[in-house]
Design a protein around this ligand. Structure first.
Ligand SMILES: *[C@@H]1O[C@H](CO)[C@@H](O)[C@H](O)[C@H]1NC(C)=O
Ligand SMILES: *[C@@H]1O[C@H](CO)[C@@H](O)[C@H](O)[C@H]1NC(C)=O
Ligand SMILES: *[C@@H]1O[C@H](CO)[C@@H](O)[C@H](O)[C@H]1NC(C)=O
Ligand SMILES: *[C@@H]1O[C@H](CO)[C@@H](O)[C@H](O)[C@H]1NC(C)=O
Length: 404
């Protein structure tokens, strides 16, 4: 009834007889098998990540290095980039020094490829790149727009904000660079894009699609999430039901566990929606703030205000950046099925107490006479001036995108 099933065993038997008869054939088969395995390995090595055009230097960790003075920087002038939000235009708001703009990151083991705006924009042709996260990530989004917009003619670009989504369009390239506000990645009670100063923060478990539905079909996605998890308390409120429930089912988890829930959800989302052959996923580590001068050995009571030099202790680690959260990140990523390119900017940014916006930004609320008398009291030591350190983060992203 089924001819192959009757003939198969006899041909296999014949083959086995042949093999038994010929030890040469046996070793030949072994050799072929060896070559096939080798070829397969080669193939795996040759399987490049999307967007890659070369390889990074082996054994060079580009996040380990030092800042060197470079007068050819910044890449652009603050006044030449109309997209910088007034919270980050430090010069416009009276910052007297410019030194913070002239530092280049020099890895110990190799050099970073020079940022090439043409290459970046050409690679984004017909594509969408999206930054997802909090206001620090919004700064990095704007930095990339500033790095690229000069090579696009005036009538060939636009920037629009609609709710949580801000979209920069390069028309002739049919390319967009976008920012989506989701400070926890998961749904939370702080998701309102403009009014979100909420002290009693609650995050809803397993709710990544609430925001994730807006990230689908993106070619490069760049996540961050950290600041909002740090409330000064050890525990974080997690909602198990829905925000609409009359009686809310809320549990308090250690911050590390709560953070881990968001990271796992992010990976699941990427697993479902990001094709590793065509797309790339980046995750940026926590951005340090500089709120306590004792951290860097200055007299207590100070912060980033009036700081114009960096911290030169190479082992310096900003106390605001929890090592326990860094551990969660490495544990979660070590189990990831999706290739995630991790931008570990925490240490290199920890040195830069000089690079924050401090008091040189638009103040949304009128300052009181007491505040004016004591600038330290309202200095913003979380966000960063542009141009500045976030251009470096994008250089590192550029490096990992094209030379992973
Ligand atoms: C930048 O990239 C473009 C497009 O790949 C290339 O033609 C150009 O030579 C590059 N410029 C530099 C300075 O490497
Ligand atoms: C423009 O880019 C989008 C992806 O962002 C793609 O779906 C569309 O086909 C592109 N259109 C043209 C005319 O290339
Ligand atoms: C700012 O720092 C300089 C030294 O770098 C110091 O002379 C000056 O008094 C400081 N100003 C204030 C207001 O703290
Ligand atoms: C990031 O870099 C720091 C040191 O610069 C290191 O301690 C930490 O383990 C790194 N994080 C991960 C997840 O690799």
């Amino acid at each position: 009834m089924n001819p192959p099933s009757t003939s198969a065993p006899s041909s296999t038997a014949a083959l086995l007889r042949k093999i038994r008869l010929s030890p040469h054939l046996l070793s030949l088969l072994g050799l072929i098998l060896f070559v096939v395995v080798l070829y397969d390995e080669e193939n795996k090595l040759g399987e490049r990540l999307a967007f890659a055009i070369g390889e990074g230097e082996k054994d060079c960790d580009i996040f380990q290095g030092r800042w060197v003075r470079d007068e050819s920087l910044p890449f652009y002038e603050e006044s030449d980039c109309p997209y910088i939000q007034p919270q980050l235009t430090c010069q416009e708001h009276g910052r007297p020094d410019k030194g913070y703009q002239h530092w280049r990151w020099q890895p110990h083991g190799c050099s970073l490829p020079r940022f090439n705006a043409t290459l970046m924009l050409e690679s984004l042709r017909g594509k969408r790149m999206m930054y997802v996260g909090d206001s620090v990530n919004r700064g990095q989004f704007v930095s990339l727009v500033c790095l690229l917009h000069r090579i696009i003619p005036e009538n060939g670009k636009s920037m629009k904000t609609l709710g949580s989504l801000t979209v920069f369009t390069a028309k002739e390239y049919n390319a967009t660079i976008e920012f989506y506000w989701a400070p926890f990645l998961l749904e939370s009670n702080s998701d309102e894009a403009l009014v979100h100063r909420i002290t009693d923060r609650i995050v809803r478990k397993g709710s990544i699609n609430k925001h994730g539905n807006h990230w689908k079909a993106v070619d490069i996605i760049v996540f961050n999430t950290y600041l909002w998890w740090i409330t000064g308390l050890e525990h974080f409120k997690i909602l198990q039901g829905s925000f609409e429930d009359e009686v809310k089912d809320i549990v308090e988890l250690p911050t590390e566990e709560a953070y881990s829930l968001a990271m796992e959800s992010m990976l699941e989302w990427c697993n479902k929606h990001m094709d590793p052959k065509k797309t790339r996923v980046f995750f940026i580590s926590m951005s340090p703030s500089h709120k306590k001068s004792v951290d860097w050995g200055s007299p207590p009571g100070g912060n980033c205000y009036n700081e114009t030099s960096m911290i030169d202790d190479p082992t310096y680690w900003e106390s605001d950046c929890k090592k326990s959260i860094m551990n969660v990140i490495s544990q979660v990523f070590s189990r990831s099925k999706v290739p995630i390119t991790f931008l570990n900017i925490t240490q290199l940014s920890s040195y830069r107490k000089d690079a924050h916006t401090s008091i040189y930004k638009k103040q949304w609320i009128t300052l009181t006479p007491q505040q004016i008398a004591n600038p330290m009291s309202y200095a913003d030591c979380v966000h960063w001036c542009l141009p500045g350190i976030q251009d470096t983060w994008n250089e590192l992203l550029f490096s990992k995108l094209f030379y992973p």
